[in-house]
Design a protein around this ligand. Structure first.
Ligand code: SF4
Length: 328
């Protein structure tokens, strides 16, 4: 019987799941995912999480609890840094330790991932995890190479304009055709936020689908190659402390300069310190560049009707602006 490795469908799942899935499968393990986010899962997360954490981490608790009894091991790497001389939010670092106090969970795989000093550190981490499944360094190395290849293919698909679920489906041979292009008369709207906020359709009340139904075509930070994001973020006097915040700001600045992008929607999570700072930076820049901007903060009480009203008003404003009825 292959070992079952549980992966929560939360947090950095939206960046690394294709890579992690292939790595474990190449080593003979079976990968088990938590259910897509839903009301019960969030309620369970809220009940068990410490009060001080942000909404996405509370939801991640729910995903972890969903894997109890379904897997032999739980993959929760301690993410310290995912880029040279950069850190990510300390909540990622502390998450395995927050989870550890919950009784009845499978054994954690909580390897450190810290690329602050060297990107080669990723192989040390892969080897440490791989040893749990195979005694062969060669087999672990081959699994790692295959997973890196899939990771690169995944990001290429995102840069072609696919959403994570679409790109994952293609990589897993679950679909044969690429999604249809957006209609030409749609308004391009940049949706900026942490990937677990903008791509989790439950937590954001399906904002991408709703905006599309209102006539928007959506672009996100993940549609842009690294060099475009890095180049745009150089307008900041100082590099932001967090990798994901830097990426969001760079993408927002890039889209603000593009005449084909009609406006920007920033999604923040309640209880997120980095979001409040990045959001403020983006909003100030949007205002000074005359780009329509809407900030939406998600919390567990956010009502669907209020969200829809704000999105409709924003889309109406873009239409009036295009028609020349208002200027900013
Ligand atoms: S960046 Fe914000 S939303 Fe993400 S884990 Fe940290 S505090 Fe939570």
């Amino acid at each position: 019987m292959p070992l079952k490795v549980g992966i929560p469908r939360a947090l950095l799942y939206y960046y690394y799941y294709p890579m992690w899935r292939v790595f474990f499968q190449e080593l003979g393990a079976e990968v088990v995912l938590s259910q897509p986010s839903n009301k019960g899962l969030l309620a369970n997360g809220l009940k068990n999480a410490v009060d001080e954490v942000c909404l996405p981490v509370k939801l991640a608790y729910g995903h972890v609890l969903d894997l109890a009894g379904k897997s032999d091991l739980l993959f929760l790497p301690r993410m310290v840094s995912i880029g040279r001389r950069e850190y990510i939010c300390p909540k990622f670092l502390g998450f395995p330790d927050m989870i550890r106090r919950i009784k009845g969970l499978p054994k954690l795989i909580d390897t450190n991932i810290n690329l602050y000093k060297s990107s080669m550190e990723i192989y040390r981490a892969a080897h440490e995890v791989g040893k749990l499944f195979s005694g062969s360094s060669y087999k672990i190395w081959m699994a790692f190479l295959r997973s890196v290849k899939v990771h690169n293919q995944y990001f290429k698909l995102l840069q072609m304009g696919l959403m994570p679920t679409e790109a994952m489906a293609i990589l897993e041979d679950r679909v044969e055709n690429l999604p249809l292009p957006e209609p030409e008369d749609s308004f391009k709207v940049a949706l900026i936020g942490h990937p677990y906020n903008i791509y989790d359709t439950y937590i954001n009340m399906n904002i991408i689908k709703r905006l599309k139904e209102m006539g928007a075509s959506i672009v996100t930070a993940e549609f842009l190659p690294d060099h475009a994001v890095n180049c745009a973020s150089r307008c900041l006097p100082k590099k932001l402390f967090w990798t994901l915040g830097q990426r969001m700001a760079g993408a927002a600045f890039n889209y603000m300069k593009r005449p084909d992008v009609a406006g920007l929607v920033h999604i923040a999570a309640f209880g997120c310190g980095p979001d409040s700072m990045t959001g403020e930076l983006i909003e100030r820049s949007a205002r000074s560049n005359g780009v329509p901007f809407l900030n939406i903060t998600l919390d567990e009480h956010t009502g669907e009707a209020g969200l829809l009203t704000r999105l409709e008003a924003f889309m109406d404003m873009l239409r009036w602006r295009k028609a020349g009825a208002i200027s900013m």
